[in-house]
Design a protein around this ligand. Structure first.
Ligand code: E4P
Length: 222
């Protein structure tokens, strides 16, 4: 399973990129709004920052309701950074989003269908030509449903029917989510930097470091 970082914050993206685990970036209108910068400018900045990743998701705005409006926005987004091949257009899971997905697929543009909460939605997105489908597991857990189970069902369905779309486990809240979606067959988990940092930690690692440091003081030097 690959890691994408779920943020529009450049400092967090730099930190994750530096440690070599980053395969992509996902943003959404809420994450961009938090940054207080113009959406297109931040997407350009991110694309320039992480040229080696496979995908940087830029979502059509909530102002785009119809497929025509989503397509118009997508056609502007794909010009950013000189038509960067890594840009991935994120569309919501609805009829207009699927129509946009089909259009972009024919144009050879990568698409991430977001706000997926059922197996049927994932199937439709894959059939419409999505490169990625994003089930939101944390938000399902929030309403006492099983987000990881959804990921595992989608993975099984894609295997049975040989569907190429990759599953991005999204709305990931903690390290246990990461382990469980990896085991459930997600191709990618998109996670905030705080979760990447948590994944590196274990109390026995800290204790081991402290012991090495304490013993090293006693070691003869020269
Ligand atoms: C995915 O692409 C979304 O940006 C994200 O994972 C949403 O997560 P949240 O439920 O923490 O807002």
């Amino acid at each position: 399973m690959k890691f994408f970082i779920d943020t529009a914050n450049v400092e967090d993206i730099k930190k994750a990129y530096k440690i070599g685990v980053l395969s992509g970036v996902t943003t959404n209108p809420s994450l961009v709004a938090k940054e207080g910068v113009k959406f297109e400018d931040r997407i350009e900045e991110i694309l320039k920052l992480v040229p080696e990743v496979e995908s940087v998701s830029a979502e059509v705005t909530p102002d785009a309701i119809t497929a025509e409006e989503m397509i118009a926005e997508a056609n502007e987004l794909i010009k950013i950074n000189g038509g960067d091949k890594n840009i991935t257009i994120k569309v919501p899971m609805n009829i207009a989003g699927l129509e946009t997905c089909r259009y972009l697929n024919k144009k050879g543009v990568k698409i991430n269908v977001t706000l997926v909460f059922t197996v049927n939605q994932a199937l439709l997105a894959a059939r419409a030509g999505a490169t990625y489908v994003s089930p939101f597991l944390g938000r399902l857990d929030d309403i006492s449903e099983d987000g990881v189970l959804l990921v595992s069902k989608i993975a099984e369905l894609f295997r049975i029917h040989n569907l190429d779309a990759q599953i991005i486990a999204a709305s990931v809240r903690h390290p246990d989510h990461v382990t469980r979606v990896a085991m459930a067959g997600a191709h990618i988990a998109t996670v905030p930097y705080s979760v990447i940092e948590q994944l590196t930690k274990h109390p026995l690692t800290d204790q081991g470091m402290e012991k090495f440091a304490a013993d090293w003081v006693k070691a003869p030097k020269n």
